[in-house]
Design a protein around this ligand. Structure first.
Ligand SMILES: Cc1ncc(C[n+]2csc(CCOP(=O)(O)OP(=O)(O)O)c2C)c(N)n1
Ligand code: SF4
Ligand SMILES: [Mg+2]
Length: 283
């Protein structure tokens, strides 16, 4: 029997009161408990940022990595022990700036993990610089006269790279968030979930009110229809859709690689002590 309390960590989050990360922490804990996944079988891997402090606040295995590098670590964890449920968690700066290439290749490889991005459209930890998802005209410490760069759309990026589960949710809608995260964890393959997560301290534009006025729940007619998903994720402005846009079945990297495909995970296979002649052979 697994309950959400089993996931309660000893360290209290030091996020600013009302930060969007709180809702995501609760949603992840609730989703894992509802899926009856024991804390010893869950691993949360993060990068660097306010959001990336999350593994410290959940009682499960965790790895607080380098900026933008959470996905290679999360992939390695999965390959070493495919029985584990692996969640990658980081910010929009972490994932769509420093970590862009890892996002692309992990999606392409269809590694079986759930990648949740706390998208507050700003660099929170470093006290408010524009990020790749900041909108045109956005005022920040690095864009005092307004951002002149067009924002990236992480959803079209994930679809183009080959992600087999692409969804979006909002920290202001905890029920929706929890349900989407649950479905993402259940999905076999790379699940990408972009979460609107207001940074109440530094982003005075993309607030809870901003999203409450705009977001609506999207239901895909056919979640396996790539063209439909690609069109839907581009809607932006007065109305912004949230939901599961795309989901297809496809073999994961672990199923295809002969080393990880074996039933016994690498981590549980016996060691073979190497003899000097093994080195000779190896060389
Ligand atoms: C390679 C590298 N570049 C820059 C930094 C400085 N840095 C730390 S956190 C951060 C931005 C974090 O923004 P985001 O990923 O959006 O997370 P948030 O704090 O908004 O949750 C930056 C630029 C770093 N630690 N490492
Ligand atoms: S600075 Fe922003 S992202 Fe960081 S904890 Fe505070 S509200 Fe959250
Ligand atoms: Mg951010």
């Amino acid at each position: 029997m697994v309950t959400v309390n089993d996931y309660s960590g000893k360290i209290r989050p030091d996020w600013c009161p009302a930060c969007g990360n709180f809702a995501q922490l609760s949603a992840i804990k609730n989703a894992l408990a509802e899926l009856k996944i024991e804390p010893e079988n869950a691993v949360v891997v993060s990068g660097i940022g306010c959001s990336s402090n999350l593994p410290e606040f959940i009682r499960a295995y965790g790895f607080h990595g380098l900026h933008g590098r959470l996905l290679p670590v999360a992939s390695a964890v999965k390959w070493a022990n495919r029985k584990l449920t692996v969640i990658g968690y980081g910010g929009d700066g972490d994932g769509f700036f420093e970590g862009t290439q890892h996002f692309f290749h992990t999606a392409k490889r269809n590694v079986d993990l759930t990648y949740i991005v706390s998208d507050n459209q700003i660099f929170g930890l470093t006290t408010g610089q524009a990020s790749p998802t900041s909108e045109i005209g956005f005022i920040s410490k690095t864009t005092p006269d307004g951002n002149i760069e067009k924002p990236v759309n992480p959803m079209t990026f994930a679809l183009s790279a080959g992600a087999t589960f692409v969804a979006r949710s909002f920290s202001g809608d905890p029920k929706h968030l929890q349900e989407v995260i649950k479905k993402g964890i259940q999905h076999k393959g790379f699940s990408f979930i972009d979460v609107f997560s207001p940074c109440v301290t530094f982003n005075k534009t993309n607030t809870y009110d901003y999203f409450r006025k705009r977001v609506y729940k999207y239901e895909a007619k056919d979640p396996s229809n790539f063209e439909e998903a690609y069109r839907a994720v581009q809607e932006w402005g007065d109305r912004i859709p949230i939901g599961i846009f795309y989901q297809v079945k496809s073999q994961s990297y672990e199923d295809l690689d002969p080393v990880t495909a074996e039933e016994t995970p690498l981590a549980e296979r016996p060691y073979r002590k190497l003899k000097p002649e093994d080195f000779e052979e190896f060389l």
